[in-house]
Design a protein around this ligand. Structure first.
Ligand code: FES
Length: 106
């Protein structure tokens, strides 16, 4: 079991236990992280699962493909730290991952 910490816009930190292979978006939904909307259910067509992952962690995540990059550009307030949480699966290398949630998905 690994730990992922979601950081809310108000700075509240919410640590959540994650099994190997867990999908980051699903983890948020299952744990009532309401900042993650995930309208499309993970089919990479909504960008409402947008999160910010700082560079030191982002380097450990799978690289962003062209479709994800296009969708991230549609998110509210995208930055270099932007990722779609539905495209990230937790593994040992991401144990301790810190994910910052956006103010809004719309
Ligand atoms: Fe829609 Fe991730 S849930 S793009």
């Amino acid at each position: 079991m690994y730990t992922v910490t979601f950081v809310r816009p108000n700075g509240e930190r919410v640590p959540i236990a994650a099994e190997d292979g867990a999908n980051l978006m699903q983890l948020a939904i299952e744990n009532n992280i309401e900042e993650i909307v995930a309208d499309c259910g993970g089919s990479m067509s909504c960008a409402t699962c947008h999160v910010y992952i700082a560079e030191q962690w982002r380097e450990k995540t799978p690289p962003q493909g062209p479709t994800e990059a296009q969708m991230v550009a549609c998110a509210i307030d995208p930055s270099n730290d932007s990722r779609l949480s539905c495209q990230i699966h937790i593994s040992e290398i991401l144990d301790g991952l810190v994910v910052t949630l956006p103010e809004s998905q719309y």
